[in-house]
Design a protein. Structure first.
Length: 51
């Protein structure tokens, strides 16, 4: 059950990242600053699975 919750959170986080990335791409598609910001802020946390 806990594993499922973690998977759900990961899916949500990756969807939010994709939406944020798409939004920044739409706002300024050729800006190096936005691309660098996206690359440095991806992912906000690194999940560690201990099973």
């Amino acid at each position: 059950n806990l594993y499922f919750e973690i998977q759900k959170k990961n899916l949500f986080a990756s969807e939010m990242r994709d939406i944020l990335f798409l939004h920044t791409e739409l706002v300024s598609s050729d800006s190096d600053v936005t691309n660098n910001f996206y690359e440095t802020s991806e992912p906000p946390f690194t999940p560690i699975y201990t099973i």
